[in-house]
Design a protein around this ligand. Structure first.
Ligand SMILES: [Zn+2]
Length: 134
């Protein structure tokens, strides 16, 4: 798996994701607990927060939807963070790994391992993904 160190703009993206969830964070009610920031190739950034329910959605698809609605199609890097004091980096859930692999296989995804934050390609986060037959 190709793994890269974060660049200054990636640390800025993490802070933007933290800024997305900060005013919405509802730690007690669990309606909005995760923020996301998605940077496009042109540098434009879209944000999202999760919308909790039995069939609610994660923060990543909300940010992706905002970007797509704005005509964005070339995605560079995405990160999700938990709200609250620590704002730790959240790895994408299984469903989001499928979405990221479908929509933006070459997009970088900021994750964290034992060495600290790093970024990997979306397509490498979900081996043997589901492939719909058309
Ligand atoms: Zn998810």
């Amino acid at each position: 798996m190709e793994k890269r160190a974060l660049e200054p703009e990636d640390y800025e993206l993490i802070e933007i994701a933290r800024g997305a969830i900060a005013p919405c964070y509802d730690g007690e009610g669990y309606h909005h607990t995760v923020g996301c920031a998605l940077r496009c190739a042109d540098g434009k950034i879209y944000r999202g927060v999760n919308v909790y329910s039995i069939h609610g959605t994660c923060a990543e698809p909300v940010a992706i939807g905002a970007a797509v609605m704005d005509g964005a199609r070339d995605f560079d890097c995405i990160v999700a963070v938990r709200g609250g004091e620590r704002g730790e980096i959240m790895p994408p859930c299984g469903n989001c790994r499928q979405i990221l692999g479908d929509y933006m296989p070459d997009c970088w995804v900021i994750v964290e391992d034992e060495e600290g934050p790093c970024k990997v390609r979306a397509k490498e986060l979900l081996p043997f993904p589901y492939r719909a037959e058309y």
